[in-house]
Structure formats: C-alpha cells, structure tokens
Design a protein around this ligand. Structure first.
Ligand code: 5GP
Ligand code: ZN
Length: 115
C-alpha cells in the first residue's frame, strides 16, 4: 500500500529503529512511546485491521504473537502487555495490522497503561 506508513517502514522507504526482521514480520520502536519500552510488531502483508482478518490469516496471527514474544525476550522484558487497537473507536490510528509491545515499568508493580 503506497500511502501506508508501516508499509513504507517495511520497505525501508521510511526510517524506523528495527529490532527484528523475519520473512513475514518486522518489529520496530514506536516513535511516540506510551511506555518506557514500546515496540510495534507488524506483518509484512498489509492487512488494515483485526476487523479484516479471516481464518486464512490464522498462521500469520500466530506468527505475529510469536514474533512479539521473541522481541520481548530480546528486550529482556520480564512482564509486558500485547495490545491490538481495533478501529477508530478502539484507538487505532494506523490502518496496518500491528501489535503493541509495552513494558519496562518498575518490577512487580501492576500497571494500567492505555495505548
Ligand atoms: P495505533 O494507535 O494505530 O494502535 O498505533 C499506532 C502507533 O504507531 C502509535 O503508537 C504511534 O506512536 C506509532 N507511529 C505512528 N507513526 C509512526 C512512524 O512513522 N514511525 C513509528 N516508528 N511509529 C509510528
Ligand atoms: Zn501497510
């Protein structure tokens, strides 16, 4: 998708601090972090939202979560949140499927951050 900022990051047309890149996924740092550690795991395939997924995307979704887990391990996060914002009312601003990886808070303290 030409106009999609995350597609541009995936194609390296736009810059981002990339942590992980695999055949199907990229994990990069969020430009406006909502937590001490905030990364985004995205599929290379442009899917606009969780609203658009189908059973054909089951493997892709599993891969996305596994990639986020790998990123959290790489970042040494002992606990973290994985968040999908879905649709405008759900707080989604970028229409390319992404999983927020949020962490880095004080150890053993529960928190209630919103993305
Ligand atoms: P959403 O609100 O759609 O769930 O989350 C989109 C996220 O993408 C936001 O946390 C926002 O800070 C991040 N973001 C938006 N534009 C860019 C960008 O150009 N580069 C990076 N690295 N993150 C971005
Ligand atoms: Zn896209």
């Amino acid at each position: 998708m030409d106009s999609c900022i995350f597609c541009k990051i995936i194609s390296k047309e736009s810059q981002a601090e990339i942590l992980i890149e695999t055949d199907g996924f990229v994990v990069f740092k969020d430009i406006y972090p909502s937590a001490p550690v905030h990364y985004l795991a995205v599929s290379k395939k442009h899917i606009s939202s969780v609203k658009e997924i189908s059973t054909a995307d089951e493997a892709l979704l599993g891969g996305l979560i596994l990639t986020a887990k790998l990123a959290a391990e790489k970042l040494s996060l002992s606990g973290y949140k994985l968040v999908f914002n879905v649709g405008k009312e759900g707080g989604q601003m970028v229409d390319h499927l992404h999983l927020h990886i949020l962490g880095g808070w004080a150890k053993n303290k529960p928190n209630t951050v919103n993305v």
